[in-house]
Ligand binder design. Structure first.
Ligand code: ATP
Length: 259
């Protein structure tokens, strides 16, 4: 279990995380939503030990993460940030093999190879496994990086904006794969999403952040409320229901409406 207790973080005088208290829902896809600068990436950074909180603790199965040994931590929590995705001259299979590093330390066993194969299959990359990742489409490349994380075989998978640069079809595909990670491989997924309708459609739980605070968390139905979204995004939302689910629709008042 991951518990976040009284976490604060500042950059200079800017408060970026303001008394965050949270228990990550196990066996679920949790979406973190909120405007630019709300603190979403910083929160993922603190949970994954890429960043240190100024105050407060993150507990992994009851133990402060600062005390968890790096090799144990890397077997429990994996994070994929946009900035991880530098252009490297590797085949898909070589990239995915890196995910086994915390387990294999570079000496891949038969079991590691099996996990690499499973990750490649799971992300549907078999036909491109020997291709250089720079020759892949954006969507395939994104899947290759996620396959690396899947090969790491951690219980917790944290993803910072994995739908960036993906078209609608690849985005839906990616979200279905993340749902499968939960359903078929028993993972817990936490994902920063900018598209609220994707969060509403594909996540089990949504956390809405603004100005370093958690404004509200709950089911998509509880978060897709006009008053919640209007406040979080400082924008007038229009919420519509389709097949029993709530979605938001972009709309802009015309000048005539205002007169
Ligand atoms: N290394 C840093 N130094 C100073 N300020 C930073 C640093 N990293 C982030 N910030 C600031 O902290 C705030 C929160 O940033 P963060 O990236 O966590 O927000 P976010 O919700 O993920 O935003 P976005 O949706 O734009 O990715 C922003 O105001 C950002 O400018």
């Amino acid at each position: 279990m991951i518990e976040i207790k009284n976490v604060h973080k500042k950059y200079g005088s800017l408060v970026v995380l303001d008394d965050i208290n949270l228990t990550i829902k196990e066996g679920a896809v949790t979406a973190l939503i909120g405007p630019n600068g709300a603190g979403k990436s910083t929160l993922l950074g603190v949970i994954s030990k890429l960043l240190e909180a100024d105050q407060g603790t993150v507990l992994l199965d009851g133990e402060p993460i600062s005390k968890v040994k790096p090799h144990n931590f890397a077997k429990a929590i994996a994070i994929l940030k946009q900035t991880n995705q530098i252009n490297v001259n590797l085949t898909v299979r070589e990239l995915v093999s890196f995910g086994r590093w915390p387990h294999s330390k570079g000496n891949l066993t038969t079991f590691d190879e099996q996990k690499i194969n499973e990750a490649i299959q799971f992300l549907r990359l078999k036909e491109v496994e020997h291709k250089n990742i720079n020759q892949l489409s954006g969507g395939q490349k994104q899947r290759a990086y996620i396959a690396m994380i899947v090969a790491q075989d951690t219980k917790y998978v944290l993803l910072d904006e994995p739908l960036n640069n993906l078209d609608m079809r690849y985005s839906v595909d990616m979200m279905l794969i993340l749902q499968d990670l939960v359903k078929k491989l028993n993972k817990t997924v936490m994902i920063v999403l900018h598209d609220i309708n994707f969060a509403a459609t594909f996540s089990d739980h949504i956390i809405a952040m603004k100005d370093g605070k958690i404004i509200k968390e709950g089911t998509p139905d509880q978060i897709m409320e006009k008053d919640v979204l209007d406040y979080v995004f400082d924008h007038e939302f229009c919420i519509a229901g389709v097949n029993g689910k709530k979605y938001f629709i972009y709309y802009q008042e015309s000048v005539d409406d205002k007169l």
